[in-house]
Design a protein around this ligand. Structure first.
Ligand SMILES: [Zn+2]
Length: 410
């Protein structure tokens, strides 16, 4: 994909700089890419619970049918961004050898942003509170029914189930964060490898080969336990060689823009492997040897400090803080308090010799201090005195990356 890598700056569709774009915004930037002159056909195949369109896009004239769907979890948008970039590539570089191969040998069927109501709120579940990826069996939601109906109509040879995962996941037992996790889901609890699954494994291995030069050591395999309610597992059971791609995180890439490019490159390598038959015979070990997703680390750990809560005796205590947007360090809340010397986190701050003092709650009418309690918003000072006058550092919900912190791990 070296040639495509060089083209990428021109393919990166503008207007998707933040990962919490809403559905209207995505269609506004994607629709101009999806003209008939670019080879696309578009049809509405249903509506979400709140009436947003579920749209099926078709491109290519080949006999191998490939179905791709993204963002069935509304806050997992990296695949949807990568699809926009894929559409730009297909439409704007029709004579590129990869595009020509794809057009001649595959027909792509794409259902972007399967959960637009969730995307509008940037939440996992649909407007009914149902997880669409646990609705493949019951088909209670209109979104799941639209995907199942499209799958039955297209009967794709290959399927791509495009997700994001918690950036806290480590690769195996290493301390390295998972940037991309791959799975060729099993079709049953026996975890057998039949011909269809073998092809999926080869496609997943093809993605690994494409991404290894960029993120060696940060690629993992998703848990292979069969889930009878999940779409990837059931599309595998329905005979489609299915690959799950999960975007985790890259430190310093808060809006997943670097990851978006890699997602696009991996997806394109997979599709090209299918179109040209290049995946056939790729060693299964390249997939099989990937370490599984390991532990999920907390985001931030404050170690060595002393809690100084007005009205309570001082206590030596470490804190764990998780963030609603972990890569952007935004929306912190306290997850644990106590001896956390053995609990790893993505980042550690050394508060030895300092007091942890509740900061005033800026959202409150009075100047009442924030609480230091499990699940409370993270809002405290590190100070040299227990009254919090001589402050060294403050965390108020969001960690300001520009502000120097007393890091223990640097
Ligand atoms: Zn997901």
């Amino acid at each position: 994909m070296a040639g495509v890598d060089a083209l990428y700056p021109g393919l990166r569709v503008p207007g998707l700089d933040r990962r919490d774009f809403d559905p209207d915004q995505w269609w506004r930037v994607a629709t101009p890419l999806l003209g008939r002159d670019a080879g696309f056909r578009s049809e509405d195949i249903g509506r979400s619970v709140e009436g947003r369109p579920l749209r099926h896009l078709r491109w290519g004239t080949g006999k191998t049918r490939v179905l791709l769907w993204s963002q069935m979890h509304g806050d997992e948008s990296t695949g949807t961004m990568a699809l926009a970039d894929l559409f730009a590539f297909l439409g704007q570089h029709p004579d590129h050898p990869v595009a020509a191969r794809l057009r001649a040998n595959t027909t792509l069927h794409v259902l972007p942003m399967l959960n637009p109501d969730g995307a509008a709120r940037f939440q996992r579940r649909n407007a009914q509170g149902i997880d669409i990826n646990r609705d493949a069996r019951l088909l209670a939601t209109p979104e799941a029914r639209a995907l199942k109906t499209l799958h039955d109509r297209v009967r794709p040879a290959y399927g791509f189930n495009l997700h994001d995962q918690d950036p806290g996941h480590r690769v195996g037992d290493s301390g390295r964060g998972t940037a991309i996790a791959l799975l060729a889901p099993p079709a049953d609890a026996a975890n057998r490898v039949d011909a269809a699954r073998a092809r999926a494994i080869e496609v997943a291995a093809t993605i690994r080969i494409a991404l290894e030069p960029h993120i060696a050591g940060h690629i993992a395999r998703w848990d292979e336990t069969f889930n009878p309610r999940a779409f990837g597992d059931l599309t595998a059971q329905w005979g489609t060689s299915t690959v799950l791609i999960e975007a985790g995180g890259i430190e310093g890439d808060p809006q997943k823009q670097a990851l978006r490019k890699l997602y696009f490159l991996g997806l394109l390598a997979a599709l090209d492997g299918i179109a040209g038959g290049g995946h056939a015979g790729v060693a299964h070990a390249l997939y099989r040897d990937l370490p599984e997703n390991g532990d999920t680390w907390a985001d931030l750990r404050i170690i060595g400090g002393t809690l100084a809560i007005p009205g309570q005796p001082p206590a030596r205590a470490d804190l764990l803080v998780n963030f609603r947007e972990p890569l952007a360090w935004q929306g912190g809340s306290i997850r644990d308090i106590g001896d956390l010397a053995d609990t790893p986190a993505r980042r550690t701050i050394d508060a030895s010799g300092l007091f942890i003092v509740p900061a005033p709650d800026t959202g409150a009418a009075s100047d009442a201090p924030c609480r230091i309690a499990i699940n409370a918003a993270a809002c405290f000072h590190l100070a040299r005195d227990p009254e919090g006058r001589d402050q060294v550092w403050t965390l108020r919900y969001d960690l300001d990356p520009a502000r120097p912190v007393p890091d223990a791990d640097r």
